[in-house]
Design a protein around this ligand. Structure first.
Ligand code: NAD
Length: 292
């Protein structure tokens, strides 16, 4: 295509996604606040910029993959940020997981400066980012979504328009509730089976073959058994996501007893120093709570 795209935030997810855009033929300029994150992109034929301003200069499309709501607000609307330097008509696709309220506010304020914004959070983890098999849920104007679909197709296999600005983030919040619950339940089941002396490999095979089977059990169960908890998706980030969910649920008047409990469990895991481990380390916390 040769179109120039800027990619801001080359972390666990952003770095392989930028590479996939390059492989799809885009001219990709990457920027990350802390240095040393652009190596894979540069090796794939992309370039590294020294600032947001440099990255967005001449880009028709800007993608952001940043940790949290304040990071996106600052990178998009702050001094030296995207809106300040992007040309009128630029398409901004925020792939980060942030609050739906902040997504709507960022979109509204960017539109005043003639930058069109989609919220497009992703699901599928680091593996999905590497393999370009992410599921991407998109909120914003539907015509803008049509325009963005070729670039999103380079990143994922399930690209779904879900409604007006903020809707992508709302769907992602629900996704994060379900994933956290599944990880905690799988952890409890495995610690229980282990405590009862059941062979864990056989036990998980049986669960996976019936109604208890799940993508979480399939992908995270073996890592729990091998006690491998390097991220992947950090507990710190999942704690952020459950905060987004519980606050949106409260605003919507929706009862969420399990969501509250999961937010508490994710918070206590952080307090125990597990925040930079993969969210499957809820298994470790469950063992500790069980005195094992
Ligand atoms: P990460 O911490 O590995 O990457 C974020 C990157 O952004 C870091 O490299 C950081 O240096 C950079 N950064 C922060 N502020 C910046 C700024 N102002 N300008 C430029 N760079 C900046 O996190 P991640 O795991 O890649 O997650 C990114 C987002 O994707 C989060 O919102 C997360 O919730 C979401 N997400 C992650 C996963 C996963 O499995 N890791 C899956 C789906 C969604």
């Amino acid at each position: 295509t040769g179109k120039r795209v800027a990619f801001i935030g080359l972390g666990i997810m952003g770095a392989p996604m930028a590479v996939n855009l390059r492989r799809a033929g885009y001219d990709v300029v990457g920027f990350n606040r802390s240095p040393g994150k652009a190596e894979a992109l540069v090796a794939a034929g992309g370039t590294e910029a020294g600032s947001v301003a440099e990255a967005v200069a001449g880009a028709q499309i800007v993608l952001t993959m940043l940790p949290d709501s304040p990071d996106v607000e600052q990178a998009v609307l702050g001094d030296g940020g995207i809106v300040e330097h992007a040309a009128a008509g630029t398409l901004l696709i925020d792939l980060s997981t942030i609050s739906p309220d902040v997504a709507r506010e960022v979109s509204r304020r960017a539109a005043e400066r003639h930058v069109r914004v989609l919220d497009a959070p992703v699901s599928g983890g680091e593996q999905g980012a590497v393999d370009a098999t992410l599921s991407i849920m998109v909120g914003g104007d539907e015509g803008v979504f049509q325009e963005a679909s070729p670039v999103l197709s380079a990143l994922g296999t399930t690209i779904t328009y879900v409604g007006p600005s903020g809707s992508g983030q709302t769907v992602k919040a629900a996704n994060q509730l379900v994933v956290a619950g599944a990880i905690q339940l799988v952890s409890e089941a495995l610690v229980f089976l282990d405590a009862q002396g059941v062979d864990l490999e056989a036990g998980t095979r049986v669960l996976q073959g019936g109604l208890a089977g799940s993508t979480v059990l399939e992908r995270k169960g073996p890592a729990m058994l091998r006690r491998e908890f390097q991220p992947g998706f950090r507990i710190d980030l999942h704690h952020k996501d459950l905060g987004i969910y519980t606050s949106a649920a409260r605003d919507a008047g929706v009862a969420s007893p399990l969501g509250q409990a999961l937010a508490g469990l994710m918070g206590s895991a952080r307090a125990q120093g597990l925040g930079s481990l993969d969210h499957s380390a809820l298994f470790l916390q469950t063992e500790r709570l069980s005195g094992r």
